[in-house]
Write a protein that binds this ligand. Sequence first.
Ligand SMILES: [Zn+2]
Ligand SMILES: [Zn+2]
Length: 131
Amino acid sequence: MRITNQREIILEELRRLRTHPTADELYEVVKRRLPRISIATVYRNLERMSEAGIIHKLENGGRQKRFDGDNRPHSHVFCIRCGRISDVRTVEGASARDLILDSKGFQIIEGGLQFEGVCPSCQDNEKLEAN
Ligand SMILES: [Zn+2]
Ligand SMILES: [Zn+2]
């Protein structure tokens, strides 16, 4: 696959962001370097790169798709409150419990290849609301 300069910049920004951005979020960042780029171009490049296995597309229920520039094998934990996604490193031979311990402070509600939970900042907000 021929890498265009536009695509290179999209990929570079996606890899730099560790937040698993939506196409819209990535567009906002890429636009700073490519002021004339359109959201449709960003979206099309993301779709092509995920079809080619260069990046990952994360389907998250009914929410907006998110993209991940890190193509090393790993799992994800989704916050059911704010939709934030963190990486969960999968280590060969690791138990589900080890993975949960490595899940960045998330409170795990459901496990699988993808985890769902409540992220630390949503947990803090809930504590504040409870007081
Ligand atoms: Zn959250
Ligand atoms: Zn990831």
